[in-house]
Design a binder for this molecule. Structure first.
Ligand code: COA
Ligand code: AMP
Length: 630
């Protein structure tokens, strides 16, 4: 039985057997006898009686099995010109020292550490070093501004923060230390120590008492052994955008996470021990957690850690150089990266200059993979291009085409079919199932499979409210779409105000909160509009108070800075339009969906409930003047 349908159905009817079998892919200190404990549903617990350690499974077990000399992490930085490897044995030594440092600093199981780092190997060592002794890590994407870091510090209250002197963007050096200092100044909670890795390009001055230099902290630490953890102990917290400015801390357990990721490595990505897997993402995102760090290392692969961009570091051949040099078998990135490559090298001339015959698959996720991009990639690479759909909350793909099991027909525009344990349904607003090919809210029947969020950090109520309340018995994904007659799922839009900018998940509500903080703004609305490269970009509409001193242009400029300073440049917020009034329904709701249609130059109809139709007409002409004629 190794075809997709049999395996999916088997799991559906034999959950315990399926997942207990899958659990054998990892090493347990106490193997579980129970797959799922649902006695406190909807707070399900996977492998509740199992004991294990994620760092041991990612590192030590491969050394003990005689593969210590194999490369665990291959570092490639076209920005700095650095390229080197770390073996499993080296990873074991370094994670043990890092964990020893944490012990010396007084950290113990359950304490939190924030990792605010660029794409350097020390970031991976920090994550695994925390996991080694049950310290819960929370990686904050290095592109986030101080205010975002401060919110996360206040929410998860880390005893320690790990950071670096700088990161490298293609055209500039990103100084982390001033951002870190500002965040700690802003946050109510103060970590007792910061460990700072000094990169060659920038050596920063450390603050007495609070800051310790990486080598000083770690080099003489006594190595710590992996500790036995319950499968349900939290491994990490990863914050993601919701509908407000307060990010949600997705909590991931240890056991279910390891089991699901191991299952995915062989069955979805078709990689085996010793093979080379590359997720061209950032460790600050869930893709980086699951498929730069944990998944490939659990599976004993070589994982590529890449500090660069698909284009501009130095050219659109960056990916192919790395694939050729390291004989990458499976590449995983976001569609936006391929749109950038296609735009810069439409004929694929860089691809032809390299031997990429090692490459068997390209996986895409993070945003909708448009059929044009998929077709271009298929034509250029001559390998299956596999769209798959998942979220920070799930940690692995809800829908995919499982290349290691069976290659199902690829349907353009669909991330294919649900993976075992994800029982996907499409519901209408009343919570009733809809017919095939009918748009609705995409939900997953409870219980969720292993590796999905166990709760929101410190906020069980938010977990219940945001994900489980609207459709009882189901997890609400926040995505809208449909299923076709073959069970293929199509993801069409978000049902909330989350937008996806170059694979980064942002909340328009959060941007609105920031803009509203400007003293001259009376009201505002932010929408995501289609962008050829980034998928979506945010634009803002503002209504100003009459008695303002600044010019409209100056206010727009200040607002753009405000958003960039609060979220970071990844927000790509560069356009603000001043209007007299926002278009609202008679009950006061801003008609954002219609505004998006107008901005995207799609067919739109005047909503029947609109309070004043002339406002939409005004917006339509403002957009014509300011967007389409540029
Ligand atoms: N630290 C500091 N700043 C960062 C940063 C980081 N880690 N990552 C991005 N930024 C900045 C960039 O310098 C850029 O600033 P600018 O607008 O002033 O030039 C801004 O944030 C936007 O960056 P990015 O989203 O990377 O867009 P880009 O225009 O520089 O490049 C792509 C476009 C398509 C090449 C790029 O978005 C890409 O490689 N995407 C891959 C998607 C991905 O990894 N998604 C993760 C989920 S799978
Ligand atoms: P994140 O939590 O940042 O990974 O973002 C998850 C969201 O990105 C999903 O809820 C979708 O809206 C979107 N997304 C991820 N993968 C896909 C995909 N393959 N197709 C369409 N949308 C996707």
């Amino acid at each position: 039985m190794n075809d997709y349908n049999s395996i999916y159905d088997f799991e559906k009817h034999n959950k315990e057997t399926f997942w207990l079998n899958a659990s054998k892919s990892i090493d347990w200190i106490t193997p579980p006898k129970i797959a799922i404990d649902d006695s406190n549903a909807p707070f399900s617990r996977w492998f509740p009686d199992g004991k294990m350690n994620s760092c041991y499974n990612a590192v030590d077990r491969h050394v003990l099995a005689g593969r210590g000399k194999q490369t665990a992490i291959q570092y490639e930085s076209p920005i700095t010109g650095q390229s080197f490897s770390l073996t499993y044995l080296e990873m074991q030594k370094q994670t043990a020292k890092f964990a020893g440092m944490l012990v010396e600093q007084g950290l113990k199981k359950g304490d939190r550490v924030i990792i605010y780092m660029p794409m350097i190997t020390e970031a991976v060592i920090s994550m695994l070093g925390c996991a080694r002794i049950g310290v819960v890590h929370s990686v904050v994407f290095g592109g986030f501004a101080a205010a975002e870091l401060a919110k996360r510090i206040d929410d998860c209250k880390p005893k320690l923060i790990i950071s670096a002197s700088c990161g490298h963007e293609p055209t500039r050096l990103v100084q982390y230390k001033p951002l870190l200092d500002k965040a700690i100044q802003q946050s109510k909670f103060k970590p007792s120590k910061c460990v700072i890795y000094q990169r060659n390009a920038l050596k920063v001055t450390l603050k007495n008492k609070r800051d310790i230099e990486w080598h000083e902290a770690i080099d003489h630490a006594t190595p710590a052994e992996p500790v036995a953890l319950s499968a349900n102990d939290p491994l990490y917290i990863l914050y993601t955008s919701g509908t407000t400015g307060q990010p949600k801390g997705v909590v991931r357990d240890n056991g279910g996470h390891a089991v699901a990721l191991c299952w995915s490595m062989s069955n979805i990505y078709d990689v085996k021990m010793g093979e080379v897997f590359w997720a061209a993402s950032d460790i600050g995102w869930v893709v980086g957690h699951s498929y730069i760090v944990y998944g490939p290392l659990f599976a004993g692969c070589t994982s590529i850690l890449f500090e660069g961009k698909p284009v501009g570091t130095p050219d659109a051949g960056a990916f192919w150089r790395v694939v050729e040099k390291n004989k990458v078998k499976t590449l995983f990135t976001a569609p936006t990266a391929f749109r950038a490559i296609k735009r810069s090298d439409p004929e694929g001339s860089f691809i032809k200059q390299h031997d990429i015959s090692s490459l068997d698959y390209l996986f895409l996720a993070g945003e909708r993979a448009d059929p044009d991009t998929i077709k271009w990639a298929q034509g250029q690479l001559s390998v299956p291009v596999v769209d798959h759909w998942w979220q920070t909350e799930t940690g692995w793909s809800i829908c995919a085409n499982p290349m290691g099991l069976e290659q199902l027909p690829i349907k353009l525009g669909s991330p294919s079919v649900p993976m075992p344990g994800f029982h996907v349904e499409i519901l209408d607003d009343n919570g009733d199932l809809v017919a095939d090919n009918t748009l609705g809210s995409i939900v997953i029947k409870l219980p969720l499979p292993p590796s999905c969020l166990s709760t929101i950090w410190g906020a069980n109520n938010v977990f219940l409210e945001k994900y489980l309340k609207r459709f009882p018995g189901y997890y609400e994904t926040g995505d809208a779409g449909y299923k076709d007659e073959d069970g293929y799922v199509y993801i069409m839009a978000r049902t909330d105000d989350v937008i996806n900018v170059a694979g980064h998940r942002l909340s328009t509500g959060q941007i609105e909160e920031i803009i509203s903080g400007h003293p001259d703004v009376a009201e505002c609305a932010v929408i995501g509009i289609a962008d050829e490269l980034k998928g979506q970009i945010p634009i803002g509409f503002i209504c100003l108070y009459p008695n303002r001193k600044l010019s409209g242009a100056k206010i727009c400029e200040e607002i753009i800075h405000l958003v960039s300073d609060n979220i970071g440049r990844i927000s790509a917020f560069k356009k603000v339009i001043i209007i007299d009034r926002l278009p609202k329904t008679r009950s006061g709701k801003i008609v954002r969906a219609t505004m998006v249609k107008i901005a995207n130059q799609q067919h739109w109809v005047m909503p029947a409930t609109i309070e004043d139709p002339s406002v939409l007409e005004e917006i339509s002409s403002a957009l014509k003047e300011q967007l389409f004629l540029e």
